[in-house]
Design a protein around this ligand. Sequence first.
Ligand SMILES: [Mg+2]
Length: 263
Amino acid sequence: MNVDLHTIRAVALDLDGVVWRGEERLPGVPQFFTFLNQRGIPYVFLTNNSTRTPAEYVPKIGRYAIPVHDHQVINSGIVTAEAMVKNYPSGTPIYVVGSESLAAMLRARGYLIDPDNAQVVVVGLDTQMTYEKLTIAGRRILAGAAFIGTNADATFPVPGGLTPGAGSLIAAVQTMTGHKPLIMGKPQPTMFEIALERLGALPERTLMIGDRLDTDILGAAGVSMKTALVLTGISHREDIPRAQAHPDLVTENLETLMTQWAL
Ligand SMILES: [Mg+2]
């Protein structure tokens, strides 16, 4: 273990594979959050899924009896919106390939959805993807619009198997245009930087808890956060030697992490 848990003052967690898996509640939920609240340790959730707004996540997280507010949920859609605000003024015409919730997050920042004049094209997971949407997105990028991808995940798990993730749709636009997108979700640093801002914590005093070495652990290590891999999701113990970034701590689940922390 390369981290002294008693130095940790804030926590960031992934959701799928950490808190739940499909509809299944994972061990330590919700007790781990009671533990954090009793110690006054703030937490945020980081997810690459851009198909819901943070407000839409609150009832879903609440179903697991975890106390949570909108501002504690940071997804790739919100990160995209916050990053765009730094670079493009309100009123900038944009085009969005993605869910209605993603478009709503961007409209809420004052951006206008305008397929004919878009200066920025945002591509996220879109279960209603069409050839026409790909054509509009590609043409605007070829005409000079900036190209932003919410997250690069190749696949998206649903009960029954995998479906194409945002990364697969982004790849289609990238292939058409020959332009590389700016990617917002994990493992890119932007989401982690926004998490640290919201937590008001130093990276080396913040623990990122995730189930994926290539996104949660790699991205958090890149901004000098401490990292814990839980084995309730995608990555296994055997994957660690080959990983680009090694977690500071490996634990079965949130329950075992809480036990180690309480020692
Ligand atoms: Mg996960």
